[in-house]
Design a protein around this ligand. Structure first.
Ligand SMILES: [Zn+2]
Length: 320
């Protein structure tokens, strides 16, 4: 007798990471490889196939029920097509049918942030929450919204793009072409950029010392380190980013009335310095009767959220 298992794949612009896991989310095997999207779609597809086969092989006889994949970009989980993933350069790629043919297994494809929301709900900090907003803040900002126990997908799978919600109409430019999006105000690169603008404006900061004067090395992580040592510029920049995230959450709370908001991704690792201004902004700006029922907490699954999310996606949509 062999126990059941599912393959979960996190397809990002930089890395492809895979696991073989039980339906309860216990990881049995892991594998990772680089994506190298500029080598083309066929090469990336080969690497995805290898990522699946590698963990199946390590599973020694555990025949997987199927494969879940969380992909960057907009994905229709019913059709399994990656509609638009700019960091892969993919538009209208029928990933589900291509992969299912190669592997001879049932395949379910979904958006990576949506997948992570499902993972937190099933295996992480969101267990038991039927109304949940998950936000991931790193190089970009993504989110997944669960309402009434179901993932919000929108008409074609684009729902939950809170990173491109306009927060400051006259704000800095965003890679999407608009300006003042949350992503342009509170993502890792936005935090680094805001700190550099203040240093260039003549403010003294230990950020310059940390990078030995090489300002191209300033990242959100460097800003967080300076803030932990009490640097005024770094603390101010992080407080401002927290304020913007808080403003976005005020909008989301009024729209969805979640019981729980989970924040993950590299930037969330900043911790209290970021969460304090987020919670304060929600306290100040959201209608008390609505916000009183909302908890704002760090996500629990860290780097595994994407892969476990792919497992959760498979469980959610292979039944439909
Ligand atoms: Zn944008």
């Amino acid at each position: 007798m062999t126990a059941e298992a599912i393959v979960g794949i996190d397809l990002g612009g930089t890395q492809i990471r895979s696991v073989l896991a039980t339906p309860e989310g216990t990881i049995l095997a892991r594998y990772k490889t680089l994506t190298v999207p500029n080598e083309g779609q066929a090469a990336v597809l080969e690497r995805i196939v290898r990522a699946a086969e590698a963990v199946i092989l390590q599973g020694r006889g555990r025949r997987p029920r199927g494969v879940g994949i969380g992909s960057a970009g907009a994905v229709d989980p019913h059709g399994g097509t990656v509609l638009a993933a700019t960091n892969l350069g993919w538009y209208g790629v029928p990933l589900q049918s291509m992969l299912s043919e190669r592997l001879g297994l049932l395949v379910v494809v979904g958006n990576d942030a949506n997948a992570a929301a499902l993972a937190e709900r099933r295996f992480g900090a969101g267990q038991g929450a039927d109304n949940l907003v998950y936000m991931t803040i790193s190089t970009g900002i993504g989110a997944g919204v669960v309402t009434g126990g179901r993932l919000l997908l929108g008409a074609r799978g684009f729902a939950g793009e809170v990173g491109h919600m306009t927060i400051e109409p006259e704000g800095p430019p965003c890679p999407c072409g608009n300006s003042g999006c949350l992503e342009a105000l509170a993502s890792g690169p936005a935090i680094a950029c805001a700190a550099l603008a203040r240093i260039d404006g003549g403010e003294a900061s230990t950020i310059s010392d940390i990078v030995g004067g090489d300002h191209t090395q300033v990242s959100a992580e460097v800003v967080a380190r300076a803030a932990a040592d009490g640097d005024a510029v770094a603390t101010g920049v992080i407080r401002r980013a927290g304020f913007y995230i808080g403003v976005c959450l005020v909008n989301l709370i009024h729209l969805f009335e979640p019981e729980l908001i989970l924040i993950g991704g590299g930037v969330a690792q900043i911790g209290t310095l970021l969460f304090d201004p987020i919670r304060a902004t929600v306290r100040e700006r959201a209608i008390p009767a609505i916000r009183e029922g909302v908890r704002i907490e760090p996500a629990a699954l860290g780097d595994d959220a994407g892969m476990l999310g792919a497992i959760a996606l498979f469980q959610e949509y292979s039944r439909d």
